[in-house]
Design a protein around this ligand. Structure first.
Ligand SMILES: Cc1cc2nc3c(=O)[nH]c(=O)nc-3n(C[C@H](O)[C@H](O)[C@H](O)COP(=O)(O)O)c2cc1C
Length: 193
């Protein structure tokens, strides 16, 4: 770990110090963390119906064993489904799937046709950038959310597709950074993971 060469300056605009964290400031600050967009899918064993929910709180956790997690709101209907079902899937959306992201975020569009491929009994979105099929590993309460850890049993990806990005409450498309090319001209090895 390199040592830090420190110089003190003024804090960022909109700084909240100690005490109560204002929910809007929380959303604004955490919303500055750019992410991809996923759809979590599973089949409810009670009625056999496939269910999906948009989630960007998705993290790659461990390679040995292969684990990933999704943070689900405690009142999300998907939480009941994944508590009952042994498996769930995460499909990472591509840049032209923002309609699907909205559809699975409570703005359902009855005219939308959703193409799926069934893997290990779980539907995954056919045109995604990547998908993971996971066995439920652990559910851990975390405030008003529950962390769903999954053991990855199967995955697939398509390098030719570009992902949908989410930043500041909006969908975006990615553009490569010139800086990366300057620092790692030999590419295309990833910088991390
Ligand atoms: C881009 C985006 C990302 C989201 N990420 C999450 C998330 O990580 N976890 C979560 O619980 N809800 C997330 N949501 C909200 C859920 O998709 C939304 O509340 C959904 O309607 C919940 O389904 P339900 O009302 O059937 O329970 C996200 C919504 C959007 C648009």
């Amino acid at each position: 770990m390199p040592l830090m060469n420190l110089t003190e300056s003024a804090p960022l605009a909109h700084t909240t110090v100690h005490g109560e964290i204002d929910p809007d400031a929380f959303r604004q600050a955490l919303g500055r963390f750019a992410s991809g967009v996923t759809v979590v899918t599973s089949v409810d064993p009670v009625d056999g119906r496939p269910q999906g929910m948009t989630a960007n709180a998705f993290v790659s956790v461990s390679l040995e064993p292969p684990l990933a997690l999704v943070s689900l709101a405690r009142n999300a209907r998907m939480l009941d489904v994944v508590t009952r079902a042994p498996r769930f899937a995460v499909s990472i959306l591509h840049e032209r799937q923002s309609e699907l992201a909205l559809h699975f975020a409570g703005r359902s569009d009855p005219d939308l046709t959703i193409e799926v491929t069934v893997r290990a009994g779980v539907p995954v979105l056919s045109e995604s950038v990547a998908y993971l099929v996971m066995r439920r590993h652990e559910l851990r309460a975390a405030g008003d959310h529950v962390l769903l850890l999954g053991l990855i049993e199967e995955l697939g990806f398509d390098e030719a597709r570009a992902p949908l990005a989410y930043y500041g409450g909006r969908f975006h498309r990615l553009a490569p950074s010139d800086h990366t090319l300057e620092l790692w001209p030999e590419g295309p090895e990833p910088i991390w993971m």
